[in-house]
Design a protein around this ligand. Structure first.
Ligand code: NAI
Ligand code: MG
Length: 528
C-alpha cells in the first residue's frame, strides 16, 4: 500500500469549517431545539461543525411546511418541474468542486469516489429531466366496452415523500431518490445520516438555486431513532437506504401505517470469474469493485469465486494489483482509496478480519488498520480459507475486505453465489458474453454486471436497481423509480348503455349475450 503524498492531512479548523459554513441554517428546526451533534472529518478526526439533533417537533414543522408547498408544486406542469431537474444537473456538474470538498470532508472518501456521486446524480437528474411526460403524463387505457368505456390513468403524486439516507454515498443516495419524487409532484422531507448531513444540505442549496421552492425540500437532521419513526408516522411514502437491520424497523412501521415504501439494503455481493475471462480486466474491475469507497458500498464485491484453472494466477495478480492501491487523504484525484467513515466502522471491519484470522483464514494482503494515514484507515484486504463459521463469510462487512474461493463447475459457482440471504448485486467475468448473460439470469440479485463489478448496471439509469431477498423492497431508477412516488388513479367514463342489462332485457338473455361477446372479444386481436 502506498500513501499519496499530495494530500493535506490535517485540517486546522476546530468548528465550522468554511466548506460547510452557513449550511446548518438550511435545517428545519422547531422553536426550542437546541441540542446538536458534532460532525467530524474522518481524515483526521477533527470536528468540522455541528448539526441540530432534531426530534418529533422538528419533523412536525418540516412535514407541515412540505405539505403546504406541495400543493402548488403539483399544479405546475411536468415541463416546469423537469426544468428544475435540468438546471440542478448543470449546477451539480459546474459546482462539483465545492460539492466534492464537502463529501470528502464528511466521509473521508477519496475524491475519485466522491466524483462517482456527482456523476451518478447528474446522470439521474438528466435522465428524469427528459422523461417526465413519458413516465408521468396522463395515459389512455383500454376500456371494458369498446367505444363505450373511455379510460384514463393519472399518475398523481403521493404527497410528501420521507427519505432516510446513509453516510456512504451521502450526495447520491440523498439526492438521486429525491429527484424523481420531486418530478412526480411531491414534496420531500429528507433525514440524512448524522455523519453526513452537510452534504445533503449542500444538495438542498443547489436545488434551491436551480429554482426549487425552498419549502418543497425539507432537511431534518439528527439521530435515526429520534427522527425516522416520527417521519414515518407523518409522511405519505418512506424511502430508506441503509442496513438491513434498520430497514426492517422502517418496513414494519411503514406496514403498520399502510404506507408505500422502498428499502435499499445491504449486500454480500459475489463475483464469478470464469476461465475464459480477460484476467487483466477482471483484476482491475474487481480491485475497483471491492475497494472503491473503502468497500463501504452496498453493491461492492465481498466474495469472489474463481475457476480452479485460473485461480492461482488470478489470486497472484489480484494481490499484486491491490498492493499498488494508493491510500490517501488528499482533496485531489491522486488517492484511489480513502478512509472508513468512523471509529465504529473501523471497529466492525477490524473485528470481522480478526475473527476470520483467529478461525484460520489466510490473509494475502492487508488485514490491518493504517493509523499512519488517518485514524480510520484500513488496508485493502484479500482473504482465502474463509469458512461459514466466520462473521465475515455471510455478514456484510462494509469495508475493504474481499474473500476469494475456488470453484470447479458453473452450477457450483452459481449455487455458492446464491447461498446468501442477500440479493443486491453480482458480477460475472467471462470472454463469452452470451454465457455471461445466462449465468447472470440464474443469480438471485437485483443487478448483475457482466465484465464490470457494479457501475454498468448502477449507472444505466433507465434500468431498475434494488435488492431481492433481504437486500430490499422496491427499486430506484427507470420508470419504476419515479412511478413508485405516485398513486395511479383510473378515471373511467361510460357512454350510452351502462354496465347492466338494458331495461326490459331479462338477465338470462343479458348473460347469454355477454358470454358470446366475451368469447368473441378473446378471438379478435383488436378487441382483446
Ligand atoms: P443504519 O442503517 O442504521 O443508518 C442508515 C440511516 O438510517 C441513517 O440516516 C440513520 O440515522 C437512520 N436510522 C437509524 N436508525 C433508524 C430508525 N430506527 N428509524 C429510522 N431511521 C433510522 O446504518 P448505520 O448505523 O449507519 O451503519 C451500520 C451498518 O449498516 C454498517 O456497518 C453497514 O454494514 C450497514 N450499512 C449499509 C448500507 C448499505 O447501503 N448497504 C449503508 C449504511 C450502512
Ligand atoms: Mg444504525
Amino acid at each position: 500500500m502506498t500513501v499519496s503524498e499530495s494530500g493535506t492531512s490535517a485540517l486546522d479548523v476546530d468548528t465550522d469549517d468554511e466548506r460547510v459554513a452557513g449550511l446548518v441554517d438550511l435545517v428545519t428546526v422547531a422553536d426550542g431545539t437546541t441540542d446538536t451533534i458534532p460532525v467530524e472529518a474522518p481524515f483526521d478526526g477533527e470536528q468540522v461543525g455541528a448539526i441540530p439533533a432534531c426530534g418529533e417537533a422538528d419533523v412536525d414543522v418540516a412535514v407541515e411546511r412540505a405539505r403546504e408547498a406541495q400543493q402548488s408544486w403539483a399544479d405546475r406542469s411536468i415541463a416546469e418541474r423537469e426544468e428544475v431537474l435540468s438546471r440542478f444537473q448543470d449546477l451539480v456538474l459546474d459546482r462539483q468542486s465545492e460539492l466534492l470538498d464537502v463529501v470528502q470532508l464528511e466521509t473521508g472518501k477519496a475524491r475519485r469516489t466522491a466524483f462517482e456521486e456527482v456523476q451518478s446524480c447528474a446522470l439521474t437528474a438528466g435522465y428524469y429531466s427528459h422523461r417526465g411526460e413519458r413516465f408521468l403524463g396522463r395515459e389512455k387505457r383500454k376500456g371494458v366496452v369498446p367505444g363505450m368505456t373511455q379510460v384514463e390513468v393519472n399518475h398523481t403524486p403521493v404527497g410528501v415523500a420521507g427519505l432516510i439516507s446513509p453516510w456512504n454515498y451521502p450526495f447520491e443516495l440523498a439526492l438521486s431518490d429525491a429527484l424523481p419524487a420531486l418530478l412526480a409532484g411531491n414534496a420531500v422531507v429528507l433525514k440524512p445520516a448524522e455523519q453526513t448531513s452537510f452534504t445533503a444540505l449542500k444538495g438542498k442549496q443547489l436545488l434551491e438555486e436551480a429554482g426549487l421552492p425552498a419549502d418543497l425540500f425539507q432537511v431534518v437532521t439528527g439521530r435515526g431513532p429520534d427522527v425516522g419513526p416520527a417521519m414515518t408516522d407523518r409522511v405519505d411514502y418512506v424511502g430508506f437506504t441503509g442496513s438491513t437491520e434498520t430497514g426492517r424497523i422502517v418496513g414494519e412501521q411503514a406496514g403498520r401505517n399502510l404506507l408505500k415504501y422502498s428499502l435499499e439494503l445491504g449486500g454480500k455481493n459475489p463475483a464469478l470469474v470464469f476461465p475464459d475471462a480477460d484476467l487483466d480486466r477482471a483484476v482491475e474491475g474487481l480491485v475497483h469493485g471491492s475497494f472503491s469507497n473503502a468497500g463501504q458500498l452496498c453493491i461492492s464485491i465481498e466474495r469472489c469465486y474463481v475457476h480452479e484453472d485460473v485461480y492461482d494466477e488470478f489470486l497472484e495478480r489480484f494481490v499484486a494489483a491491490t498492493e499498488n492501491v494508493e491510500l490517501g487523504t488528499g482533496y485531489d484525484f491522486e488517492a484511489e482509496v480513502g478512509s472508513l467513515v468512523s471509529e465504529e466502522q473501523l471497529e466492525k471491519v477490524t473485528e470481522h478480519v480478526e475473527d476470520a484470522k483467529a478461525r484460520g483464514a489466510t490473509v494475502h494482503t492487508g488485514g490491518e488498520p493504517r493509523p499512519d494515514v488517518g485514524p480510520y484507515f484500513f488496508e485493502p484486504t484479500i482473504l482465502t480459507d474463509v469458512e461459514m463459521d466466520m462473521d465475515l463469510c455471510c455478514e456484510e462487512t462494509f469495508g475493504p475486505v474481499v474473500s476469494v474461493y475456488p470453484f470447479s463447475d458453473t452450477d457450483e459457482a452459481i449455487a455458492e453465489a446464491n447461498d446468501t440471504d442477500y440479493g443486491l448485486n453480482a458480477s460475472v467475468w467471462t470472454g463469452d458474453t452470451e454465457f455471461g448473460r445466462e449465468v447472470a439470469r440464474q443469480i438471485r440479485a437485483g443487478t448483475v454486471n457482466v465484465n464490470e463489478a457494479y457501475a454498468a448496471a448502477y449507472s444505466s439509469i433507465d434500468a431498475p436497481m434494488g435488492g431481492m431477498k433481504d437486500s430490499g423492497v422496491g427499486r430506484r431508477h427507470g420508470p419504476e423509480g419515479v412511478k413508485k412516488y405516485t398513486e395511479p388513479q383510473t378515471v373511467a367514463v361510460q357512454k350510452g348503455q351502462g354496465m347492466a342489462p338494458p331495461d326490459g332485457v331479462p338477465y338470462w338473455l343479458y348473460a347469454k349475450v355477454t358470454t358470446g361477446a366475451l368469447k368473441l372479444f378473446d378471438k379478435v386481436p383488436g378487441l382483446r
